[in-house]
Design a protein around this ligand. Sequence first.
Ligand code: PXP
Length: 250
Amino acid sequence: MSLLLGVNLDHVATLRQARYARTPDSPNAEPCPVVAGHDALAGGADSLTIHVRGDRRHMQDADAFRLREEVGLPINLEMGVTEEMVGLALKLKPDFACLVPESRLEITTEGGLDVLAGFDRIRMVVARLQDAGIKVSLFIDPDTKQVEAAAETCAEMIELHTGCFANAVGDAVDPEIERLAIAARAGHSSALQVNAGHGINYTNIGRVLELPHLAELNIGHSIVSRAMRVGLTTAVREMKELMAKYPSGS
Ligand code: PXP
């Protein structure tokens, strides 16, 4: 199986909200996440990731439903572990849901979910989503204790948080890769699908491809940024070309 790419379109909505948050129905409201979804599909995206946050700072509920109905790619809903978001997921019925921690003050998702601390609640939300036919991923830091707890929730997948790796420079990079590799091996031996995401770009992806057992990468900011120069379809295609170097059977 080749390494799959989930394209996170949140920042397309971020740009639209910067101008049209108060007038979402304006005929001028652009850029449109659905158009971006079609462009990502044309570039070879395997799925679309959207994070509807409690404060609706970028993706709106209507975006999620339109993307689901109009683009034809699997939808991965990133969601906080809240009753409101469970309600949305049960109505939207995305193919996948990725549970993330969410704090209003953060600029983007800043750390992994603490599965150990929130085990009972997370386990219950995983079961409710799975009962609705939604496969569940837990976004966690590369820590074997979190991986083991994730497996105990019966989630199908983990997404390893690559943010610390992406922020590391010089001698700090190798230890972060090692941490991620250990967590990826632990996930694989617990029969979890191992995904990764956060801060992956066209440069650092070379190191990410050293990690074993990866099934999918979720990438947003770097692709949307690159799209400003080359268009979204080409930006996605370029990322897929880099990902094609991932050895199959890793
Ligand atoms: N995965 C998760 C769980 C995230 O929260 C984000 C950021 O929204 C991403 C992947 C994508 O990160 P980036 O935009 O840095 O590529």
